[in-house]
Design a protein around this ligand. Structure first.
Ligand SMILES: Cc1cc2nc3c(=O)[nH]c(=O)nc-3n(C[C@H](O)[C@H](O)[C@H](O)COP(=O)(O)O)c2cc1C
Length: 350
């Protein structure tokens, strides 16, 4: 099936999908896409040169952010739509139901989402079993990373145990060698105290411990909500000193004032994502790039609401870009339009 036809179908179905509860709509859209994946044409070709990151060839520098694929299927349709990678998870050691529903809402006028999912996930063992089977069959032009989080019940002082437990199981499994990278998520706003792990001393100790046993490069995902950019730089420097191999910047923001939120959602809580996050994500990206100075890859996430915005992040210096909310609003042609636009720029994103 031609992808533009799919885009047309999506945009026709979107008003109906958007009448449904956001989480249900995500489930229906994902399931339908998985069913029609075999009918999709092969991925669009990027004229831009593949880049090598973490010893892997990346054919398309745009990927899907964590939380989209919580059950770790790393679906084939994502590759066929032109995305070069996906960050599956976040997984916690034990299965979790997450917070009570509704926990995901749209702010349509702002092209935003607010979520307080609370790491609903199948637990490390089940999630990893699904993903390892997928890694065995995934084509080489589709890289699959895994995100790890802290369990809800784990006190923050014991948080390292959760990451170490999963990393230890990964280290014992040869299939983990096929992962693109392993993300240490310390920045979701919906797990009590998780963000305390971002403080300099805590993040350095955590990253040091993880790096020692991780079978793949350890990438740290930060929030865009530090008290000041100076504090962010300190935490970033600590993560680098601990041996972080890459940075994802950023997660959702708890600063809902960035968007015009309907009164009914004022006390919803959770993290805001999508277009209103764009400017702040750019600022944090630039700070990150100043600190990392090209030594390690930087992945830009947060408010990548259009293919043009994705190009803008690469132009700022990001090595890769991730999208979640923008994909929901823009539709299935996001990566394809990005690749077409990137090809036209004549620049080499490598
Ligand atoms: C429903 C939902 C669930 C998410 N779950 C996770 C998660 O499990 N782990 C994580 O690191 N980020 C998670 N995120 C954050 C996204 O990965 C991304 O960093 C954030 O939404 C900003 O990007 P965006 O503006 O393109 O959506 C989630 C976001 C949403 C909207």
């Amino acid at each position: 099936m031609a992808q533009s036809l799919l885009h047309y179908f999506y945009n026709t179905a979107k008003p109906t999908l958007f009448c449904l509860n956001a989480e249900r709509a995500h489930g229906i859209a994902s399931l339908s896409m998985r069913m029609i994946a075999p009918l999709l044409a092969s991925p669009p070709q990027a004229k831009i040169q593949p880049k090598i990151l973490f010893d892997r060839k990346i054919y398309s520098p745009i990927g899907i952010a964590a939380g989209f694929d919580k059950f770790c299927h790393a679906p084939e349709y994502i590759r066929r739509l032109g995305f070069g990678f996906i960050e599956s998870g976040s997984l916690t050691p034990l299965p979790q139901k997450g917070n009570a529903k509704p926990r995901l809402v749209r702010v349509v006028g702002a092209e935003a989402l607010i979520n307080k999912m609370g790491f609903n996930n199948p637990g490390f063992v089940r999630g990893w079993n699904t993903l390892r089977a997928r890694l065995a069959t995934a084509p080489a032009d589709y890289q699959i990373a895994l995100s790890l989080g802290k369990g809800k019940e784990t006190p923050v002082e014991r948080a390292a145990d959760d990451y170490m437990h999963c990393l230890d199981l990964l280290r014992r499994d040869i299939m983990s060698e096929y992962l693109f990278y392993i993300a240490i998520n310390v920045s979701s706003p919906n797990t009590p105290n998780l963000r305390a792990l971002q403080k300099s001393r805590a993040i350095r100790a955590l990253v040091e411990a993880c790096v020692k046993i991780s079978p793949r490069p350890v990438v740290v995902k930060f929030a865009p909500d530090f008290d000041s950019l100076k504090h962010y730089r300190a935490s970033l420097a600590a993560a680098l000193a601990g041996g972080a191999a890459g940075i994802v910047i950023s997660n959702t923001t708890t600063n809902h004032a960035l968007a015009e939120i309907p009164a009914a959602l004022k006390n919803f809580g959770g993290g805001l994502s999508g277009k209103p996050l764009a400017a702040r994500a750019r600022t944090y990206l630039q700070e990150t790039l100043k600190e990392t100075r090209g030594k390690i890859p930087v992945i830009s996430s947060g408010g990548v609401y259009s293919p043009t915005e994705a190009i803008r992040r690469l132009d700022l210096g990001a090595d890769l870009v991730q999208v979640y909310t923008g994909f929901i609003y823009y539709g299935p042609d996001f990566a394809r339009d990005f690749l077409a636009a990137a090809n036209k720029t004549g620049r080499h994103y490598n």
